[in-house]
Write a new protein. Structure first.
Lengths: 298, 298
C-alpha cells in the first residue's frame, strides 16, 4: 500500500535514530499547525554532505527571517547530520534538516512553544529521470504568483510551501515537469524548488535576489564558477517573454544540480534540445563538484 | 514541564480518540512538510458545535482553494466531530478540524500523497481575558503584509500561517495583543485570526473579501444581524489612518465573538474605552447566539 517502503531511509528525531514509520511529531507542534518551521535540503557524495556549511548558514538565515532564535548550533547539527548519514550508510543520500518552533498551546504567538524540535531525514538519493538531463524539462508559467518578500520572504526556506505546491500542481495538470513563478511585477523569480537561468547570446542570466526568490547555493556557486572561467554571468530581472525567447534555459538545485529547460507552455525553447552553453556549464559544475569533494577529504 | 497538561483535551486521530500526548502525525505528512493542509475552528455551547454547517462549508471552500479533492463528506465529519465532543464531554469546547493532503514521498506534487489524514482537536474552551472585553484590545499595524490572493488566498484556512505568526510576533514585541494586517495597497484586511470592523458615525464597516481576508462566519452573521436591525452595515475598504481615526473599532472571531479595540500603535482609539455601538452589537450578537443554539435543540 505505501509507495515508499522500498526506499532506504532513516530519521534522526531530536537525536534519536528511528525508522521512517516511527518518525512522528505531535499535531500540537507549530510546524504542523502553522508551517512554523524552517528546513534545508542537501545530499552526500561518498557519504559526505555537500556544501553543508553553506546550507547551515542558510538555515540560520531562515531562522532569522521568521524571528526564530535557533536553539541548535551549527556544530551540534553537523554532528547529528553525520550520525544520521553514518546510520544509513549509503554513499549518495538525500538529507533534509527540519527545525520547528516546537509544541505548545495552540496560538499564533511563538512564545507559546516550549522548545524547538529537529528532524533529519536521510534517504537514498533518488535517480532523477535521465530524460530531464538528456531531453530537458518542460515547464509552464504558473498563474500562482510567488509570495512577495513583505508577506513571506521566498529567501526563507520554511514549512509554508503551499504557494509552490499550487504552482507545481498547475504544472502537473498541464502535463509539465515544473512551473516558473513570477512576482507581482511579472518578473521571473524561480521554479518551484530551483533557481532559473537563461542564456541570451553570450549572457548567462539569473534573476537577482530582489526579485523575490531563494538564494540557491548551487546558484551562488555557479555564478562564481562561471565568472572564474571568464563567462558573462549576470544577475538581472527578466520577463516570461524573455524566457520564452531565450537561446537556452536551465535550472539549478542542490539535489538536481543543472537541468536544461527545453519547453515552455508547450512550445520549444530555442532548438527544443539542451543547448551548448548549458552543456558546457554542466561540465564545469561537475568538475567543480569533484574538486570540492576532494578538498573535503584532504 | 509542559504548560498544557492541566488542560482537558482529546484528539480524534483519523477516527480514533486518543490523548493529546498520543496525537502524532508522520513527519512525511504533507501537512508537516509543506503546510499542505486546511482547517477550521469552532466551539460548542452545551456540547453543540456552533455554526458547524457554515464551518464545514468553508472547509470545503478551503479544499477547493488549494485544489484538494476532499475525501471526507460533511456528514462523515459531523459524526466524527460529535464523537469527539461526546468523548470529551465538556459543555464549552474549542474544536479544531485539520485535514492534510496525507503522507507520501517528499515532493511538491500533491499526487505523491496516498490518502488524506484528519484530526479533530477538542479541548476546554479557554476563558479569554476579561480585560479584552472590558477594556478592549491593544493592536498594532503590522509591517508584514497579508498574503495576496494570487499567492496564497487569505480566504483559505490552510496550514500556511507564518504570515500571521510573524504579524502576531511583531504585536507581542510591541506589547500589544494583536496585529492589523494591510494588503499591498495599504488597505486594512483583518487581524491575525479575526475580522476587523470600524464605526464612523452611524456606519459600521468591515473590509470586503476582495481586500484579501478570510470570510469570517461571525463576520457574515453580524452583517446580516445588523441589517436585520436596521443598522448601516457596510463592506468597504479603509486605510490604517481611517482605522486610527474611527469612533470605535472591534474584531469578530468564532471563538472570541466580539472584542473591542481601544488602542492602536500605542494610542487610544476614540475614547480609549469600548464604545456604545460595539456594546450594542455585542448584546445583539449574544442574543442571536442564544436563539441559534435554541433552534438547534428544537
Amino acid at each position: 500500500m505505501t509507495k515508499s517502503t522500498s526506499e532506504k531511509s532513516l530519521v534522526n528525531s531530536n537525536g534519536k535514530i528511528v525508522k521512517r514509520e516511527d518518525a512522528t511529531v505531535s499535531i500540537f507542534d507549530r510546524g504542523f499547525l502553522f508551517g512554523d518551521s524552517i528546513y534545508e535540503v542537501t545530499h552526500t557524495y561518498d557519504q559526505v554532505p555537500f556544501h553543508l556549511e553553506e546550507h547551515l548558514d542558510r538555515l540560520e538565515n531562515s531562522a532569522r527571517g521568521i524571528g526564530m532564535d535557533l536553539e541548535f548550533s551549527k556544530d551540534f547539527l553537523k554532528k547529528e547530520i553525520d550520525k544520521t548519514c553514518q546510520a544509513l550508510g549509503l554513499p549518495r543520500q538525500y538529507l533534509r534538516i527540519i527545525i520547528t518552533r516546537g509544541e505548545g498551546e495552540i496560538g499564533l504567538d511563538p512564545a507559546l512553544s516550549q522548545s524547538q524540535n529537529f528532524f533529519i531525514i536521510a534517504k537514498e538519493l533518488p535517480e532523477y529521470p535521465k530524460r530531464w538531463y538528456e531531453k530537458g524539462l518542460s515547464v509552464i508559467i504558473a498563474q500562482v504568483i510567488r509570495n512577495p518578500k513583505k508577506s513571506i520572504d521566498p529567501n526563507v526556506k520554511s514549512g509554508n510551501y503551499l504557494n509552490n505546491v499550487m504552482a507545481m500542481q498547475q504544472a502537473k495538470e498541464m502535463g509539465a515537469d515544473d512551473a516558473v513563478m513570477l512576482n507581482h511585477k511579472g518578473q521571473v523569480t524561480e521554479c518551484t524548488t530551483s533557481n532559473i537561468w537563461i542564456i541570451q547570446g553570450q549572457k548567462i542570466m539569473t534573476p537577482p535576489l530582489q526579485a523575490g526568490l531563494l538564494g540557491g547555493i548551487t546558484r551562488k556557486a555557479l555564478l562564481a564558477l562561471g565568472k572564474k572561467h571568464g563567462l558573462d554571468m549576470i544577475e538581472s530581472n527578466f520577463t516570461a517573454d524573455s524566457l520564452k525567447q531565450a537561446d537556452e534555459a536551465f535550472i539549478t538545485s542542490s539535489t538536481k544540480e543543472i537541468v536544461p529547460i527545453t519547453k515552455i507552455d508547450g512550445k520549444n525553447l530555442g532548438s527544443g534540445n539542451p543547448g551548448e552553453v548549458t552543456k558546457k556549464l554542466t561540465k564545469l559544475y561537475q568538475d567543480y563538484v569533484r574538486e570540492t569533494i576532494s578538498s573535503y577529504k584532504s
